[in-house]
Design a protein around this ligand. Structure first.
Ligand code: SIN
Ligand code: FE2
Length: 218
């Protein structure tokens, strides 16, 4: 754990960072400065591309509702998982990635040592109380040298983070409003999950958690 000073265009910035695993960091509260703009941008995206519950290749409907913005969106159906430039619900391209999303993802990745990260996909997850995301790897992306950047907004969740094997030991960390997690390098293919959300309420989101996950898909 360390409280580090970083030089940015705006001057000196203090970022509270925790090591989650090898090449994986939690930047505590890093998104707080942009919280209102970020949530307004989520509202803009979901007007064009509403949240929906995707079906897994195995036929299960996911409890977490999802949508995307950016050139590519992550989708799942009976045919499999993939990235697609077209939203299958609307038949239109995904909404553009808001500049505030892009800048936050690039800056967070750079702080974690991934200087040339330019995401082309942002998956937006909406967790209601009781919903969870089961253990998985993010491995539908072409270049695993590029990290994953994940932004948590709204009510807290417990994030589970393990190793490259499903059965590797896992640690549990709380993620709260404004936290940003970056994982890449040796942790890029780490299994991770979100445990069932406990009842809670946040002044800006109500009883919901929103997660933005930035990827370089192609
Ligand atoms: C994900 O693994 O896609 C989302 C992680 C999270 O919601 O924190
Ligand atoms: Fe994931």
């Amino acid at each position: 754990m360390s409280n580090d000073l970083f030089e940015t265009d705006e001057g000196i910035e203090r970022v509270w960072q925790e090591v989650l695993a090898e090449d994986a960091l939690i930047l505590r509260g890093y998104a707080l400065a942009e919280q209102h703009v970020l949530l307004r941008a989520v509202d803009d995206v979901i007007r064009e591309a509403p949240f929906r519950h995707l079906v897994t290749p195995g036929g299960f409907t996911m409890s977490v509702a999802m949508t995307n913005c950016g050139p590519l969106g992550w989708v799942s159906d009976r045919r499999g998982y993939r990235y697609d430039a077209i939203d299958p619900t609307t038949g239109k391209p995904w909404p553009a990635m808001p500049p505030v999303f892009l800048n936050l993802a690039k800056e967070a990745a750079a702080l974690a040592g991934f200087d040339d990260f330019v995401p082309d996909a942002c998956l937006i997850n909406r967790y209601e109380v009781g919903t969870r995301l089961s253990l998985h790897q993010d491995r539908d992306e072409a270049d695993t040298n590029q990290p994953i950047v994940s932004v948590s907004l709204g009510i807290p969740a417990i994030f589970q983070f393990g190793g490259n094997q499903r059965t590797d030991p896992k640690i549990r960390v709380p993620l709260t409003h404004g936290d940003v997690v970056v994982w890449g390098g040796r942790s890029r293919l780490a299994y991770h999950a979100v445990l069932p959300l406990k009842a809670n309420s946040h002044p800006l989101t109500g009883s919901v958690r929103i997660n933005l996950t930035f990827r370089k898909a192609r």
